[in-house]
Design a protein around this ligand. Sequence first.
Ligand SMILES: Nc1ncnc2c1ncn2[C@@H]1O[C@H](COP(=O)(O)OP(=O)(O)OP(=O)(O)O)[C@@H](O)[C@H]1O
Ligand SMILES: NC(=O)c1ccc[n+]([C@@H]2O[C@H](COP(=O)(O)O)[C@@H](O)[C@H]2O)c1
Ligand SMILES: [Zn+2]
Length: 327
Amino acid sequence: MCHVPLRISESLPGALKIASLTYTSHKEEQSLRLHLSSSEAVQQSLLPPQNMEKSDDRREVVLLATGSFNPITVMHLRLFELARDYLHETGKYKVIKGIISPVGDGYKKKGLIEASHRLAMANLATKNSNWIEVDSWECSQKEWMETVLVLRHHQQKLANANTSDSSEKVVHKKGHKRKRENSYQDKTDRCLQESKVMPQVKLLCGADMLESLGKPNLWKNEDVIEILSSFGIVCITRLGSNASNFIYESDILWKYKHMIHLVEEWITNDISSTKIRRALRRGMSIRYLVPDSVVEYIENHELYNERSEERNSGIILEPLARNSKNS
Ligand SMILES: Nc1ncnc2c1ncn2[C@@H]1O[C@H](COP(=O)(O)OP(=O)(O)OP(=O)(O)O)[C@@H](O)[C@H]1O
Ligand SMILES: NC(=O)c1ccc[n+]([C@@H]2O[C@H](COP(=O)(O)O)[C@@H](O)[C@H]2O)c1
Ligand SMILES: [Zn+2]
């Protein structure tokens, strides 16, 4: 259904001064045109121009998946497809982009190989996608960073793009030569004003990552609250995890359950990076579990063996170390 703003003719009788017209289909629009054709004046005033774009009031969404991607698998790519289908089916959202953000080396997870390799493999894997991209901002930071900061970064980037677009429009309209300064406050005000049209970054994850929100010292409560209240989560079910039960058992998640989209993966697939690394250590094939270009990259660079699996062995995961220091 589409609401089209109308031009209201001052000469119309009061009863005909309608503020908006709702039509449900092109066919209906045509019949409305025919119905009103007896009065040229009424037709001109009430109907939208034939070439006027129908408004799309779905909220634009950018899906952000964070994680090790050590290495990226076809299942990581499937997460995006599943989430997009689900959100589109609600009729309320339009997914405009997917972002893969590999975690930095400072995360210190056991077996985590260099970010440069994980990034290169993610780039190869997404080469054929016209909407999923890889972003290196997170893994190029010196230290590991909390996921909420990554979400904020990408939301801010969208706000900057949006405000520079609109400031250009203002400049164009008024004919000023110099581009208007964009102070932080200015940008924030504009974002608030334009909150309806600003795309929303949402965290995309599997059910195991959702469950990790409840692990002591792994996530700060205030971060979980901000992720849920300001961004929202799209969570894909995963064998071995029970996301809906976890939401039920967590008071915070229960409070913000309207901000969690739980997506059922019916074609269950238990691919994990851990299993890929294990197969590689044992000299077994990983073909069709990761894209061919990634298989080739792993072979060419002789990645993943017993030695690489020992990386960070005995070192505490950075979020645990950081949060237990501060608690
Ligand atoms: N098979 C899967 N089903 C649902 N979610 C998945 C699946 N594989 C990965 N994910 C999700 O992808 C994101 C990135 O995960 P990650 O890089 O840890 O992959 P992984 O396969 O879980 O790797 P590892 O075995 O090393 O933990 C996480 O949100 C994780 O939950
Ligand atoms: N407090 C936090 O923000 C926090 C804690 C643990 C993991 N994470 C993130 O979640 C992801 C988990 O990735 P893995 O499942 O590969 O370990 C990583 O991107 C990591 O940075 C964030
Ligand atoms: Zn994982």
